[in-house]
Design a protein around this ligand. Sequence first.
Ligand code: 13P
Ligand code: SF4
Length: 337
Amino acid sequence: MDINIAGAKNKINEIGFLDIDVDPELDLFHEIEILKKEKNAIVLAHYYQEPDIQDVADYIGDSLGLAQQAAMTNAGMIVFAGVNFMAETAKILNHSKKVLLPDLKAGCSLADSAPADLFKRFKDKYADHIVISYINCSADIKALSDIICTSSNAKAIIESVPREQPIIFAPDKNLGAYLNKQTGRNMVLWNGACMVHEIFSLEKITKLKMRNPGAKLIAHPECEEAVLRIADYIGSTTQLLNYAVTDSCNEFIVATETGILHQMQKDAPGKTFIPAPPNNSCACNDCPHMKLNTLEKLYLCMQYETPEITMDEGLRLAALKPMERMMQISKAAGLIK
Ligand code: 13P
Ligand code: SF4
């Protein structure tokens, strides 16, 4: 297939990715390594990506780790194997780099649950509140926020705000409710949720626990309160991984997106990890947005340098301010170097 980079950019249409046939004989792992060197590119991947993408990535992490890597990389090109808000975050933090996302349609139900115009009206009703937004939101929502947080630093971020200062927390109501409990605050919550973490079945998890009495339930704080209440440990994806590897228990029921099981199995091969069942006929819980990225799309986007994340500079600077605040507080709390 003979098309150049400009031609490839024109081909990105409604579908959001390069629909070009890839030779099935190609060793994509090898080809991607060559492209990394040729283009001075770094591949950053979230734990919810498919195993092949995790295996080819230079760095795999949670949202805080990925943001930090994106901010400090010397590579000329950041290839973000994750979803749109994550690639946008990389662009906000490191705008001189070319940031690529294998499939532009890789969105996020949680980010989509907070449209900027509606959120602005909501915010205007609470003039004396500051806004802390979970990083799983659009650049427009970040620009309307005072501080950003992730699931691994949210408690420290909230605790850095004086107790008498009222707070709006957006967009995840489950994480917000969990943090209200953890910090003893009464933050006003935006009514958003993640489609993946909201559909775990309490009934099926309870039965699974009964069938596996030695297993610990570990859960992401985006899960609903009823699931969190029976969890043995709650944390971000990196925190869940670290806990599963270091804890003396050998069996875990994992209530988050199934992609994380790949690293858990790699890092603790002798242990058993059981995906927590959702409230539908599936046995495990995949994020349809995260799973839009494939190794083929990753290879094509590196070769043709598209789809690329671009952003209005005024919006980028407005979104950067609360991101920098998050980084400062996380450093002061010793959560990042
Ligand atoms: P973390 O990896 O930061 O825990 O976030 C989970 C998530 O839902 C990402 O979309
Ligand atoms: Fe968004 Fe949930 Fe998918 Fe994460 S798992 S990208 S929060 S829909």
